[in-house]
Design a protein around this ligand. Structure first.
Ligand SMILES: Nc1nc2c(ncn2[C@@H]2O[C@H](COP(=O)(O)OP(=O)(O)OP(=O)(O)O)[C@@H](O)[C@H]2O)c(=O)[nH]1
Ligand SMILES: [Mg+2]
Length: 296
């Protein structure tokens, strides 16, 4: 039974900013998950599909697992915990450039308690790090597993990692056509691209205070993809910050998002983008559930 095809769902888990989304995008060859230097930017479970000769893996990108009292973080934690029961295996990412901490121990316990097969990788190995060797041997001792070192920038270690993942996956049929790299709906992809551009242009408390509402999206003549969306913030004062002097910030968000949407959807895009306020949206349970759902 050596050559049987493997297929399964892999939960991608790790502290905020360990490089989960970057890795999935690299493996899929397309952007399916947004990437930011600010931690905890992935809010929903995003799926990226990778098909190789030996099998097909659907990666479930989770929000960074983080201990916190804050309401939004509790939601994120819930999502992470609810992904595991739907998965066949876990891909656990550890950042080779940061000290490991309590969160690592908690995550490790979560994974081991799940009883699922897991693969551990050390990320960002293109960056020189004095910590790397120590973290690696610590993980090897704790788990008795071989730790794969990877870089999503250079691609180093990715083949070895895929081999290990496919080995851990159960035998099964292809779940999606070979050319698929995501199963997200277009509206979600649009809102995530805009959110990435907005977050990357903002500072301080704004990034976690915003979400994107795609009000309307339709195909028009000449293949044009017509979109009306809003950047929604929590306070009036933040509205001005997102708009910027002479509307310079919102314009930049709109133009960079539009450029990327054109590439992703391979067609002309019209993007009408405005800012509005929804006070206390982070305390709105229904909205939070909608923003963190995206998988069923
Ligand atoms: N040099 C280097 N930087 C990386 C690598 N992988 C990720 N990064 C950077 O690390 C930062 C965080 O990456 P993300 O992919 O957003 O991390 P994440 O784990 O998805 O973070 P959350 O969704 O916030 O939990 C970004 O600035 C990435 O560009 C890597 O292999 N090498
Ligand atoms: Mg992410």
């Amino acid at each position: 039974m050596e050559n049987n095809f493997r297929s399964g769902f892999a939960a991608v888990i790790g502290r905020p900013s360990t490089g989960k989304s970057t890795l999935i995008n690299k493996l899929c060859g397309h952007k399916v998950s947004i990437v930011c230097s600010i931690p905890q930017t992935t809010r929903n479970v995003v799926r990226g599909i990778v098909t190789r000769e030996k099998g097909q893996i659907v990666f479930l990108d989770t929000p960074g697992y983080h201990i916190s009292e804050k309401k939004i973080n509790n939601y994120l934690k819930d999502v992470t915990e609810s992904v595991i029961p739907d998965s066949d295996l876990v891909l656990y990412l550890v950042d080779s450039t940061r000290e490991t901490g309590e969160e690592e121990l908690i995550t490790m316990k979560l994974i081991q308690d799940s009883g699922l097969p897991y693969v551990i990788i050390l990320t960002k190995c293109d960056i020189a790090s004095k910590l790397r060797a120590g973290i690696k041997s610590e993980l090897e001792t704790a788990t008795g597993k071989k730790i794969v070192e990877i870089s999503s920038v250079t691609g180093e270690g990715l083949d070895e990692m895929m081999e290990a993942i496919l080995e851990a996956a159960p035998e099964g049929e292809m779940m999606y056509p070979e050319e698929y790299y995501t199963d997200q709906d277009p509206e979600f992809r649009v809102s995530e691209i805009i959110r990435e551009k907005a977050i990357n242009l903002m500072r301080e408390e704004i990034p976690h205070s915003l979400y994107i509402e795609v009000e309307d999206m339709e195909e028009r003549e000449n293949d044009l993809l017509w979109i009306r969306a809003f950047v929604v913030v929590e306070r009036e004062s933040q509205k001005g910050m997102v708009i910027g002097k002479k509307a310079s910030i919102i314009k930049q968000i709109r133009l960079t998002a539009k450029q990327e949407l054109k590439e992703i959807f391979e067609r002309p895009v019209f993007l009408d983008l405005n800012v509005k306020v929804n006070k206390k949206w982070r305390h709105d349970d229904r909205l939070l559930r909608r923003l963190t759902k995206s998988y069923e």
